[in-house]
Ligand binder design. Sequence first.
Ligand code: IVH
Length: 692
Amino acid sequence: MTAKPVEALTEAEAAAELERLAAEIAEHDRAYHERDAPTVSDAEYDALRRRNEAIEARFPALVRADSPSKHVGGAPSGGFAKRRHRMPMLSLDNAFAAEEFVEFDARVRRFLGLSADVALDVVAEPKIDGLSINLTYEHGEFVHGATRGDGAEGEDVTANLRTIASVPRRLKGRAPDLIEIRGEVFMTKADFLAMNAAQEAAGQRLFANPRNAAAGSLRQLDPAITASRPLSLFAYAMGEASGKVADTHWDYLAQLRHWGFRVNELSALVHTEAEAEAFQARIGLERSGLAYDIDGVVYKINDLGLQRRLGFVGRAPRWAIAWKFPAEQAVTVLKDIRIQVGRTGALTPVADLEPVNVGGVLVEHATLHNEDEIARKDVRIGDTVVLQRAGDVIPQILRVIEDRRPADAVPFAFPDHCPVCGSLAVRTGGEVVRRCTGGLICTAQRVERLIHFVSRHAFDIDGLGEKTIREFFDEGWLHSPADLFRLPAREAEIAGREGWGAVSARNLARAIEARRTIPLARFIYALGIRRIGERNAQLLARHYVSYANFREQMLAATEIGSDARLALGSIIGIGPAIAEELADFFAEAHNRDILDDLTAEVRVEDDVPAAGAGAGALAGKTIVFTGTLERMSRPEAKARAEALGAKVTDSVSKKTDYVVVGADAGSKARKAAELGVATLTEDEWHALAGLE
Ligand code: IVH
């Protein structure tokens, strides 16, 4: 991407970009933490965050309330209870080269006042690429376990952890009354490949790598599903403990083994920097042959007394460092470049590769991101390429090995028409992505939208995966989302199809029927409108409350400059760019037809605000707003009141129920006092409208 340098941005450009970055990073966070299905590499994600920070540093006044810089990683997702860790779960500082390890050793010695000739033992442990969890044992019994979450609190996944054989239910031998034990839940590479093959056969989504497969498996709401997934745990650290366990980390690991935990058998005690370097090199060589993914080695000062003295800086301990390996790479031949058309029409180039083993995982495809990326790397069909699997996402093509380029290798001509429907494909507004303009006449977009429509955070129809959608679409049964709800009428026909039977057809029909009622937020998200991810859908549902009101306000918002459009654009977190996407969607008659067809089949539930507030309190009331509101714009306040069934008028009379008095209010506030009409402060209005 050729983004404008931060120094060259005008204030308006910076504001627009911060808005875009907040939405994009939030979407990546959700993909990673809630769906365990990252859509960008770690490096790309970091680059987005760094750009956000750089823009904010230059324009501090533009820092948004929802800025990604205000929170790290993923807050616990809905579905699981939250659990606060007794001791925070921290992260580790990284080293990438021997010099940085030497610097770590020197830092520790400086801090402790130890000269270079004093022995300083260090425990070296493979850094397992899974997800960290915290297990609490009381009187030797496993009582609960939680994911790391944001470090302070995570998700309570106790029931799921109980299904993992290497999580002891009871500690063997004596243990402090209360003890927290930390470790990494992971899946082996072989189990990951087998599970993905089974997922593919069942038409279910695939996991990007073993780490995401482990996370996705542990974060299942149904523990029976977790139980069916091959998960394992290596224990490696302690949290809170009510009594002393050991004097050294090495002894602590031995104690973990006695209690019944699995401790990584490659762990070793190293005494000198040279030994550490030798260990790093040896494990680096063994890495691709290991059954599980590791991304480095963690070095921890062995003496626990010294660990205590060293303490923490920021979010990481001074007594440990993670020396990372370079990402695993391999060389292979690029056989072809295909264009995939996504739900919003984005044309994504995908490389078909000569299958190659990258660090134990067989890779056959890689994303090429977009046309600029292909041009920048000058990737041609027939080229030999260097591939990287950085423990994350779809592998990337790093570069071409030019001296192995065959004479007949041809540069790739990126299509300017959609390969599926033939419509023009364009790049607008400086975007790197080229999009098909075919909208719903494009079968690729229609299928992708249907797949999105039934996905987990949308209509969540059990047993209706990508494969089935494609099958029924090809059959001509699915023209629009409403057709999904007409599938139960075809139950007998489905039962007779190859690969189906009476039971599976019945189950599908039931699963569809079970989703005829849906909350407004999920409904809006399911529509698959560009930039309307789960969070924005929730904001919209919260704001418009009912589907009828949402539809009416969206139609009104198609007119630029209308009150409805201003109200939409001023919802905190929405903004003008997103408002425009929504307006564009509703401006299309065929989209409205699809919606009306759909709402004839399903019932959309109102987004009911918290108890005691909202709908009930305001229905049928007449409200006047006066003065300057600080927490929301006037159009937004008006729309919110109307959505809750109130009438908003301009002048105060005896019929007025409430006057909401903002800053510098004048005559209307006085009139309210004269007539004895109830007045509300802005905060009281928020509470009444269920906005707290
Ligand atoms: S020790 C306070 N040991 O790496 C330090 N972490 O980048 C606690 N990890 O969140 C962590 N293997 O998920 C430690 N042998 C190991 C590890 C390990 C993997 C993970 C862990 C942690 C992350 C930090």
